[in-house]
Design a binder for this molecule. Structure first.
Ligand code: RB5
Length: 149
């Protein structure tokens, strides 16, 4: 799998750990920054990653901030992005199986390295189930129109 990864300053300390984890498992990883832990704004890095995932068909993203909230909310503003804020292997697996998530988000201040490893494995090892879930996922983009179907 190909992953784009980005963080803010509050997720920066985990970035190299996650890159190593992914590369050890044979995945391709593109680091979109930041290059240090100076204070930055999470929407800037969420947008950078989300746009790459949308333009590079079949790729995935990983976004990390302090809680995972700001960076996931921001990424989900980009059309075509389904960024899932996960807390454990179950939510990471379900984000793929039912929501066809294309970006995995989590918070450096929330989850430890063992949980992160299990989330990444669950995310990578689970495929979208399609079927009735596909109909629901198709409706996600419709939420942006503001119209009730
Ligand atoms: C930065 O202090 C923090 O607000 C940010 O990383 C994130 O947790 C926001 O949702």
């Amino acid at each position: 799998m190909k992953f784009y990864i980005a963080t803010d300053h509050a997720g920066f300390a985990l970035k190299s750990y996650v890159i190593d984890l992914l590369e050890t498992r044979g995945h391709e990883v593109v680091d979109l920054g930041p290059g240090d832990d100076f204070r930055v704004d999470y929407p800037d890095f969420a947008k950078k990653c989300a746009l790459k995932v949308v333009e590079d068909d079949g790729s995935f993203g990983i976004l990390i901030c302090g809680t995972g909230i700001g960076i996931s909310v921001s990424a989900n503003k980009v059309s075509g992005i389904r960024a899932a804020l996960c807390h454990d292997a179950y939510t990471a697996s379900m984000s793929r199986a039912h929501n066809d998530a294309n970006i995995l988000c989590f918070g450096e201040r929330v989850v430890g390295k063992g949980v992160i490893e299990s989330m990444i494995d669950a995310f990578c090892d689970t495929s979208f189930e399609g079927g009735r879930h596909k109909d629901r996922v198709n409706k996600i983009e419709g939420c942006q129109t503001g119209k009730i179907d």
